[in-house]
Ligand binder design. Structure first.
Ligand code: AMP
Ligand code: MG
Length: 303
Protein backbone atom coordinates (compact mmCIF):
# COMPACT_ATOMS: atom_id res chain seq x y z
CA UNK A 1 0.00 0.00 0.00
CA UNK A 2 1.42 3.36 -0.98
CA UNK A 3 1.42 6.28 1.44
CA UNK A 4 -1.53 8.63 1.31
CA UNK A 5 -3.61 6.28 -0.82
CA UNK A 6 -7.39 6.86 -0.64
CA UNK A 7 -9.36 3.63 -0.35
CA UNK A 8 -12.28 1.93 1.32
CA UNK A 9 -10.62 -1.12 2.86
CA UNK A 10 -11.70 -0.96 6.51
CA UNK A 11 -9.76 -4.11 7.46
CA UNK A 12 -6.54 -2.78 6.04
CA UNK A 13 -7.11 0.53 7.84
CA UNK A 14 -7.67 -1.33 11.12
CA UNK A 15 -4.50 -3.37 10.65
CA UNK A 16 -2.51 -0.22 9.92
CA UNK A 17 -3.84 1.40 13.12
CA UNK A 18 -3.07 -1.64 15.23
CA UNK A 19 0.46 -1.70 13.78
CA UNK A 20 1.08 1.91 14.83
CA UNK A 21 0.10 3.65 11.60
CA UNK A 22 -1.59 7.02 11.16
CA UNK A 23 -4.58 7.21 8.82
CA UNK A 24 -7.31 9.57 7.67
CA UNK A 25 -10.64 8.40 9.13
CA UNK A 26 -14.14 9.54 8.15
CA UNK A 27 -16.59 10.63 10.83
CA UNK A 28 -19.96 12.36 10.75
CA UNK A 29 -18.38 15.66 11.96
CA UNK A 30 -15.12 16.03 9.99
CA UNK A 31 -12.32 13.65 8.89
CA UNK A 32 -9.93 12.69 11.69
CA UNK A 33 -6.21 11.93 11.72
CA UNK A 34 -6.39 8.61 13.51
CA UNK A 35 -3.87 6.70 15.62
CA UNK A 36 -4.05 4.16 18.43
CA UNK A 37 -4.41 6.11 21.71
CA UNK A 38 -2.19 3.60 23.52
CA UNK A 39 0.70 4.00 21.04
CA UNK A 40 2.85 6.94 22.17
CA UNK A 41 4.92 7.04 18.99
CA UNK A 42 1.88 6.98 16.70
CA UNK A 43 0.15 9.72 18.72
CA UNK A 44 3.31 11.83 18.58
CA UNK A 45 3.26 11.43 14.80
CA UNK A 46 -0.31 12.80 14.76
CA UNK A 47 0.86 15.97 16.56
CA UNK A 48 3.89 16.26 14.27
CA UNK A 49 1.94 15.78 11.03
CA UNK A 50 -0.58 18.44 12.03
CA UNK A 51 2.00 20.76 13.59
CA UNK A 52 -0.24 20.76 16.66
CA UNK A 53 1.27 21.70 20.05
CA UNK A 54 1.71 18.60 22.25
CA UNK A 55 -0.28 20.22 25.07
CA UNK A 56 -3.52 20.41 23.06
CA UNK A 57 -5.21 17.23 24.27
CA UNK A 58 -6.85 14.79 21.86
CA UNK A 59 -10.29 13.21 21.81
CA UNK A 60 -10.42 9.42 22.28
CA UNK A 61 -12.86 7.79 19.85
CA UNK A 62 -14.53 4.57 20.92
CA UNK A 63 -16.79 1.98 19.36
CA UNK A 64 -20.36 1.78 20.77
CA UNK A 65 -19.47 -1.67 22.17
CA UNK A 66 -16.53 -0.38 24.27
CA UNK A 67 -16.80 -0.49 28.05
CA UNK A 68 -16.83 3.25 28.85
CA UNK A 69 -15.85 2.68 32.49
CA UNK A 70 -12.44 1.52 31.24
CA UNK A 71 -11.78 5.00 29.90
CA UNK A 72 -13.46 7.61 32.06
CA UNK A 73 -15.50 8.20 35.19
CA UNK A 74 -18.99 9.08 34.01
CA UNK A 75 -21.15 10.97 36.52
CA UNK A 76 -24.95 11.03 36.14
CA UNK A 77 -24.86 13.98 33.69
CA UNK A 78 -22.23 12.29 31.50
CA UNK A 79 -24.18 9.03 31.58
CA UNK A 80 -27.42 10.76 30.58
CA UNK A 81 -25.74 12.65 27.72
CA UNK A 82 -23.96 9.52 26.47
CA UNK A 83 -27.24 7.64 26.50
CA UNK A 84 -29.06 10.42 24.67
CA UNK A 85 -26.48 11.33 22.02
CA UNK A 86 -24.03 8.45 21.45
CA UNK A 87 -23.16 7.41 18.89
CA UNK A 88 -23.14 11.03 17.73
CA UNK A 89 -21.39 14.42 17.40
CA UNK A 90 -20.90 14.97 21.14
CA UNK A 91 -17.62 14.82 23.08
CA UNK A 92 -17.72 14.38 26.85
CA UNK A 93 -14.91 15.59 29.09
CA UNK A 94 -14.72 13.40 32.19
CA UNK A 95 -12.08 12.36 34.77
CA UNK A 96 -9.78 9.80 33.15
CA UNK A 97 -8.91 6.25 34.21
CA UNK A 98 -5.38 4.86 34.41
CA UNK A 99 -5.82 3.40 30.92
CA UNK A 100 -5.66 6.88 29.36
CA UNK A 101 -2.11 8.11 28.78
CA UNK A 102 -0.55 11.50 29.45
CA UNK A 103 0.37 11.84 25.76
CA UNK A 104 -3.36 11.88 24.92
CA UNK A 105 -4.50 14.31 27.64
CA UNK A 106 -1.40 16.52 27.75
CA UNK A 107 -0.93 15.31 31.33
CA UNK A 108 -4.42 16.42 32.44
CA UNK A 109 -6.45 14.20 34.73
CA UNK A 110 -9.47 14.46 32.43
CA UNK A 111 -10.17 12.78 29.09
CA UNK A 112 -12.35 13.80 26.16
CA UNK A 113 -14.32 10.84 24.76
CA UNK A 114 -16.58 10.46 21.73
CA UNK A 115 -18.45 7.59 20.09
CA UNK A 116 -18.83 8.65 16.46
CA UNK A 117 -21.95 7.93 14.43
CA UNK A 118 -20.58 6.91 11.05
CA UNK A 119 -20.87 3.37 9.67
CA UNK A 120 -17.27 3.24 8.43
CA UNK A 121 -15.81 4.75 11.62
CA UNK A 122 -17.93 2.40 13.70
CA UNK A 123 -16.72 -0.70 11.84
CA UNK A 124 -13.14 0.51 12.01
CA UNK A 125 -13.29 1.14 15.77
CA UNK A 126 -14.98 -2.21 16.27
CA UNK A 127 -12.16 -3.99 14.42
CA UNK A 128 -9.46 -2.05 16.25
CA UNK A 129 -11.27 -2.62 19.57
CA UNK A 130 -9.22 0.05 21.32
CA UNK A 131 -9.33 3.84 21.75
CA UNK A 132 -8.34 5.91 18.73
CA UNK A 133 -7.31 9.58 18.81
CA UNK A 134 -8.56 11.52 15.80
CA UNK A 135 -8.11 15.32 15.71
CA UNK A 136 -9.18 16.90 12.44
CA UNK A 137 -6.97 15.72 9.56
CA UNK A 138 -5.65 19.13 8.53
CA UNK A 139 -2.66 21.30 9.34
CA UNK A 140 -2.95 23.08 12.70
CA UNK A 141 -5.13 26.20 12.51
CA UNK A 142 -6.36 25.48 8.99
CA UNK A 143 -9.73 24.46 7.55
CA UNK A 144 -11.02 21.03 8.64
CA UNK A 145 -11.53 18.30 6.00
CA UNK A 146 -14.99 16.98 5.22
CA UNK A 147 -13.99 14.72 2.30
CA UNK A 148 -11.23 12.14 1.78
CA UNK A 149 -9.72 14.26 -0.99
CA UNK A 150 -9.35 17.21 1.41
CA UNK A 151 -7.20 15.00 3.63
CA UNK A 152 -5.20 13.92 0.61
CA UNK A 153 -4.68 17.52 -0.52
CA UNK A 154 -3.51 18.65 2.93
CA UNK A 155 -1.55 15.69 4.25
CA UNK A 156 -1.16 13.33 1.26
CA UNK A 157 1.99 11.34 1.67
CA UNK A 158 2.38 12.10 5.39
CA UNK A 159 -0.31 9.56 6.31
CA UNK A 160 -0.31 5.79 5.76
CA UNK A 161 -3.81 5.55 4.30
CA UNK A 162 -6.98 7.60 3.88
CA UNK A 163 -10.16 5.67 4.52
CA UNK A 164 -12.94 7.10 2.36
CA UNK A 165 -16.37 7.35 3.99
CA UNK A 166 -17.97 9.99 1.75
CA UNK A 167 -18.74 13.58 2.76
CA UNK A 168 -19.02 14.20 6.51
CA UNK A 169 -22.72 14.56 7.23
CA UNK A 170 -22.52 17.35 9.84
CA UNK A 171 -19.49 19.30 8.66
CA UNK A 172 -18.52 20.95 11.96
CA UNK A 173 -16.57 19.48 14.87
CA UNK A 174 -18.34 17.83 17.81
CA UNK A 175 -19.93 19.75 20.67
CA UNK A 176 -17.67 19.39 23.73
CA UNK A 177 -19.34 19.23 27.15
CA UNK A 178 -17.35 19.11 30.37
CA UNK A 179 -19.11 16.83 32.87
CA UNK A 180 -17.18 17.29 36.07
CA UNK A 181 -19.01 19.67 38.39
CA UNK A 182 -21.50 21.93 36.62
CA UNK A 183 -21.91 20.68 33.04
CA UNK A 184 -20.38 23.25 30.70
CA UNK A 185 -20.21 23.59 26.91
CA UNK A 186 -16.56 24.07 25.93
CA UNK A 187 -17.14 24.05 22.15
CA UNK A 188 -20.46 24.48 20.31
CA UNK A 189 -21.39 21.92 17.65
CA UNK A 190 -24.41 20.39 16.00
CA UNK A 191 -25.75 19.11 19.30
CA UNK A 192 -27.03 22.43 20.62
CA UNK A 193 -27.26 23.95 24.08
CA UNK A 194 -31.03 23.41 23.93
CA UNK A 195 -30.54 19.71 23.10
CA UNK A 196 -28.26 19.28 26.11
CA UNK A 197 -30.42 21.30 28.49
CA UNK A 198 -33.43 19.21 27.52
CA UNK A 199 -31.65 16.04 28.60
CA UNK A 200 -30.13 17.44 31.80
CA UNK A 201 -33.13 19.60 32.79
CA UNK A 202 -30.88 22.60 33.57
CA UNK A 203 -29.82 25.85 31.93
CA UNK A 204 -26.17 26.11 30.99
CA UNK A 205 -23.44 28.61 30.19
CA UNK A 206 -20.71 28.35 27.58
CA UNK A 207 -17.12 28.56 28.80
CA UNK A 208 -14.34 28.19 26.30
CA UNK A 209 -11.52 29.52 28.50
CA UNK A 210 -8.02 28.35 27.57
CA UNK A 211 -7.56 26.75 31.01
CA UNK A 212 -10.57 24.48 30.62
CA UNK A 213 -10.11 23.55 26.98
CA UNK A 214 -6.60 24.19 25.69
CA UNK A 215 -6.57 24.63 21.94
CA UNK A 216 -9.69 26.80 21.71
CA UNK A 217 -7.83 29.58 19.92
CA UNK A 218 -9.28 32.80 18.54
CA UNK A 219 -7.83 32.04 15.10
CA UNK A 220 -8.62 28.60 13.68
CA UNK A 221 -10.32 26.94 10.69
CA UNK A 222 -8.74 29.68 8.58
CA UNK A 223 -8.49 29.66 4.78
CA UNK A 224 -5.88 31.77 2.93
CA UNK A 225 -8.68 34.07 1.76
CA UNK A 226 -9.77 36.85 4.12
CA UNK A 227 -13.16 36.09 5.69
CA UNK A 228 -15.46 39.08 6.24
CA UNK A 229 -18.53 38.58 8.43
CA UNK A 230 -21.86 40.31 7.93
CA UNK A 231 -25.14 40.12 9.85
CA UNK A 232 -27.64 40.92 7.07
CA UNK A 233 -28.22 39.99 3.44
CA UNK A 234 -28.22 43.70 2.49
CA UNK A 235 -24.78 44.12 4.01
CA UNK A 236 -23.66 41.00 2.14
CA UNK A 237 -24.83 42.40 -1.20
CA UNK A 238 -23.25 45.80 -0.67
CA UNK A 239 -19.89 44.30 0.40
CA UNK A 240 -19.83 41.98 -2.61
CA UNK A 241 -20.66 44.80 -5.00
CA UNK A 242 -17.99 47.12 -3.52
CA UNK A 243 -15.36 44.39 -3.68
CA UNK A 244 -16.31 43.47 -7.25
CA UNK A 245 -16.10 47.10 -8.38
CA UNK A 246 -12.61 47.33 -6.91
CA UNK A 247 -11.62 44.20 -8.86
CA UNK A 248 -11.25 41.94 -5.80
CA UNK A 249 -11.99 38.24 -6.40
CA UNK A 250 -14.67 37.53 -3.83
CA UNK A 251 -17.50 35.11 -3.12
CA UNK A 252 -20.46 35.25 -0.78
CA UNK A 253 -21.26 32.48 1.66
CA UNK A 254 -24.86 32.01 2.76
CA UNK A 255 -27.29 29.12 2.84
CA UNK A 256 -31.00 28.86 3.52
CA UNK A 257 -30.66 26.16 6.17
CA UNK A 258 -28.09 25.96 8.96
CA UNK A 259 -27.64 22.24 8.30
CA UNK A 260 -26.58 22.99 4.74
CA UNK A 261 -24.38 25.86 5.96
CA UNK A 262 -22.52 23.53 8.32
CA UNK A 263 -22.33 20.76 5.72
CA UNK A 264 -20.80 23.02 3.05
CA UNK A 265 -18.87 25.55 5.16
CA UNK A 266 -15.38 24.02 5.08
CA UNK A 267 -15.64 22.72 1.51
CA UNK A 268 -16.65 26.23 0.40
CA UNK A 269 -13.68 27.84 2.18
CA UNK A 270 -11.37 25.29 0.57
CA UNK A 271 -12.87 25.90 -2.85
CA UNK A 272 -12.37 29.64 -2.42
CA UNK A 273 -8.65 29.08 -1.90
CA UNK A 274 -8.41 26.66 -4.82
CA UNK A 275 -10.01 29.13 -7.19
CA UNK A 276 -7.92 32.16 -6.20
CA UNK A 277 -10.66 33.98 -4.29
CA UNK A 278 -9.11 36.52 -1.90
CA UNK A 279 -12.18 37.60 0.10
CA UNK A 280 -15.09 35.46 1.37
CA UNK A 281 -18.05 37.49 2.62
CA UNK A 282 -20.03 35.25 4.99
CA UNK A 283 -23.52 35.90 6.28
CA UNK A 284 -23.66 34.93 9.97
CA UNK A 285 -26.61 32.60 10.69
CA UNK A 286 -28.93 33.34 13.65
CA UNK A 287 -27.20 32.81 17.02
CA UNK A 288 -29.18 29.74 18.06
CA UNK A 289 -29.05 25.96 17.71
CA UNK A 290 -26.49 24.87 15.10
CA UNK A 291 -26.08 28.56 14.14
CA UNK A 292 -24.02 29.07 17.33
CA UNK A 293 -21.40 26.56 16.12
CA UNK A 294 -21.29 28.04 12.60
CA UNK A 295 -20.83 31.56 14.00
CA UNK A 296 -18.03 30.26 16.25
CA UNK A 297 -16.17 28.66 13.31
CA UNK A 298 -16.73 31.66 11.03
CA UNK A 299 -15.47 34.08 13.67
CA UNK A 300 -12.32 32.03 14.13
CA UNK A 301 -11.86 31.69 10.36
CA UNK A 302 -12.10 35.49 10.05
CA UNK A 303 -9.32 36.23 12.58
P1 AMP B 1 -10.16 18.49 18.32
O1 AMP B 1 -9.33 19.70 18.04
O2 AMP B 1 -11.43 18.40 17.56
O3 AMP B 1 -9.35 17.26 18.31
O4 AMP B 1 -10.68 18.66 19.83
C1 AMP B 1 -9.79 18.61 20.85
C2 AMP B 1 -10.12 19.68 21.84
O5 AMP B 1 -10.86 19.10 22.92
C3 AMP B 1 -8.86 20.24 22.49
O6 AMP B 1 -8.27 21.28 21.75
C4 AMP B 1 -9.40 20.69 23.84
O7 AMP B 1 -9.95 21.98 23.73
C5 AMP B 1 -10.50 19.69 24.13
N1 AMP B 1 -10.00 18.65 25.01
C6 AMP B 1 -9.66 17.39 24.67
N2 AMP B 1 -9.20 16.70 25.75
C7 AMP B 1 -9.24 17.55 26.78
C8 AMP B 1 -8.87 17.46 28.16
N3 AMP B 1 -8.40 16.33 28.68
N4 AMP B 1 -9.06 18.56 28.92
C9 AMP B 1 -9.55 19.70 28.41
N5 AMP B 1 -9.90 19.85 27.11
C10 AMP B 1 -9.75 18.80 26.31
MG1 MG C 1 -9.13 20.75 14.31
Amino acid sequence: MSSGEIGSDIRQAATLLRDGGVIGMPTETVYGLAALASDEEAVRRVFDIKGRPYNHPLIVHLSPTEDLSQWGHFNSDATALAQAFWPGPLTLLVPRTARVSDWVTGGRDTVAIRVPNHPVAESLLELVSDGVVAPSANLFGKVSPTEAKHVFNDLGKLVDYILDGGSSEHGVESTIVECIDTPTILRPGSISKDDIEAVLHISMQADTGESRAPGMLTSHYAPNARVVLVETIEELRSQISELSISGTRCISLHFDSVQEYAFRLYASLRQADETGVTVVVALLPPDQGLGVAIRDRLRKASH
